[in-house]
Ligand binder design. Structure first.
Ligand SMILES: C[S@@+](CC[C@H](N)C(=O)[O-])C[C@H]1O[C@@H](n2cnc3c(N)ncnc32)[C@H](O)[C@@H]1O
Length: 209
């Protein structure tokens, strides 16, 4: 006998901001995702509860923003907030970020990535799970426009040093000081770590010209 599952599903409302591609093999077509795909596109990798995504999409209506998140419950909450705020320039995708950037994002189509407080996987035996690996960084470079940027922040200073090293060794990026953002742009994890008095590592990496 089949029982009703209590597991949440992806939203099936027609006005949901969650984009569900027909297949997970072909490169994404931004025209199928955003109403005006000629606008610059920025991607919030691991958008979590959407603190940054919602702020940036609300304050920059002439740019498109894609929030990427693999946790369904978080994604559904952000979807509801996008709907409540009637943000037409913000969409969501439930996918593993490494696969997305390496396989699904078209070449030179992204203006900026925001990677705020990615899971640090501090134990050495778990380092292979970190997002920042050479293949990921090369894929960031492939998918960014020539004037593109990668903005990062983390409370794990060892991981921060690792990010700087991988970005530098890729030979594709130059490091700059992070862009200062207003308090309203803080992510949920940022608020937690700041309240704990933690030092945050932040940087902006520009595509090397
Ligand atoms: C530590 S939280 C940070 C969330 C948010 N950026 C913030 O600063 O509040 C990391 C988020 O990234 C998501 N995440 C981690 N690895 C991911 C991956 N490989 N693909 C997609 N999402 C990922 C997690 O589900 C989680 O919501």
């Amino acid at each position: 006998m089949r029982t009703r599952s209590s597991k949440p599903n992806l939203p099936d409302r027609p006005d949901s901001a969650v984009y569900q591609p027909n297949n997970w093999l072909d490169p994404l077509d931004w025209r199928a995702i955003f109403s005006d795909a000629t606008r610059p596109l920025e991607i919030d990798v691991g958008c979590g509860k959407g603190g940054f995504l919602l702020w940036v999409a609300g304050s920059q209506p002439t740019r498109n923003f894609l929030g990427v998140e693999r946790q369904l419950i978080r994604l559904r909450k952000v979807d509801k907030k996008i709907h409540d705020r009637q943000l037409t320039n913000a969409r969501l995708l439930r996918v593993e970020a490494g696969y997305l950037v390496e396989k699904l994002i078209p070449t030179h189509s992204v203006s900026a990535y925001h990677i705020f407080f990615p899971d640090p996987w501090p134990k050495r035996r778990h380092h292979f799970r970190r997002l920042f690996q050479l293949a990921f960084v090369q894929a960031l470079y492939r998918t960014l426009k020539p004037d593109g940027a990668v903005n990062v922040a983390t409370d794990d200073l060892e991981y921060f040093a690792h990010m700087q090293k991988v970005m530098r060794e890729s030979g594709r990026f130059c490091e700059k000081p992070a862009t200062a953002l207003p308090v309203e742009a803080q992510t949920e994890f940022e608020k937690i770590f700041l309240a704990q008095g933690k030092i945050i590592g932040r940087a902006k990496f520009l595509v090397e010209s």
